[in-house]
Write a new protein. Structure first.
Ligand SMILES: *[C@@H]1O[C@H](CO)[C@@H](O)[C@H](O)[C@H]1NC(C)=O
Ligand SMILES: CC(=O)N[C@H]1CO[C@H](CO)[C@@H](O)[C@@H]1O
Length: 213
């Protein structure tokens, strides 16, 4: 496609130039003007082509990088160790139900009680080859509550292995990206704070190829 665009542009721009003859006097001046006109036309076309090629490249790159990879945790069954205030609306905050952590909306967040090893897990519905896990902070307040985090992955909740550890503390307005220390597959992804703390998560995203064994 790129080659075709380029060839067409090449022909449009350069063919008339091939037919020009070099001679003296007024003809020569005409030729110079014609040549300058062509040159500016080539410049315009080149600029346009650059834009097209850039777009094509970006799309190809995006497709290659994301090759069917999407957030497979979105709106899946989710559970947290406790549910702060058992409410879905705390003052102005859209808090504290577990499903706020995988609703695709980073302004809402899950929130446990202040307790030992608070956790939240999401059931992806089936086993996926996990490419990366992303966590979005609580964006309005208390980002530092995210620390000493274990992210574990497994086929069942009883067979979880460590994918990544995050010492923290997190910052308000932080978007964390984790790659497991080795290629991992699993159906459950669990986020645990290994301390006495609140666990509050704006979003937990698990990226995996749509098709997997
Ligand atoms: C995200 O949630 C907030 C609070 O409930 C809401 O105002 C907003 O419209 C939501 N955004 C999207 C994209 O759904
Ligand atoms: C740095 C960063 O990724 N900050 C994100 C924190 O969370 C908010 C939403 O709550 C995002 O909008 C920010 O991009």
């Amino acid at each position: 496609m790129q080659t075709v665009v380029f060839l067409i542009a090449y022909c449009v721009c350069f063919m008339p130039a091939c037919q020009m003859t070099v001679s003296g006097g007024k003809d020569c001046l005409d030729d110079v003007k014609k040549y300058q006109w062509l040159e500016s036309k080539v410049d315009t076309m080149t600029a346009k082509l650059d834009i097209i090629l850039k777009k094509v490249n970006e799309q190809a790159k995006d497709r290659m990088l994301n090759c069917g990879i999407r957030n497979v945790a979105l709106n899946r069954r989710i559970h947290q160790s406790s549910w702060y205030a058992k409410t879905r609306s705390w003052g102005n905050y859209k808090c504290c139900a577990a499903d706020y952590a995988n609703d695709g909306n980073a302004t809402t967040f899950s929130h446990t009680n202040y307790e030992y090893s608070p956790y939240l897990w999401v059931d992806l519905g089936r086993v996926y080859d996990i490419k990366r896990i992303e966590i979005i902070n609580r964006s309005d307040d208390a980002g530092e509550r995210l620390h000493d985090v274990d992210i574990t992955v497994g086929r069942t909740l009883n067979e979880l292995s460590l994918c990544a550890h995050y010492k923290g503390p997190g910052k308000i307005g932080e978007h964390l990206i984790f790659h497991c220390s080795q290629q991992m597959s699993g159906r459950y992804v669990k986020v645990t704070i290994k301390a006495k703390e609140y666990l509050q998560l704006s979003e937990v995203m698990v990226f995996a190829p749509e098709i997997s064994e």
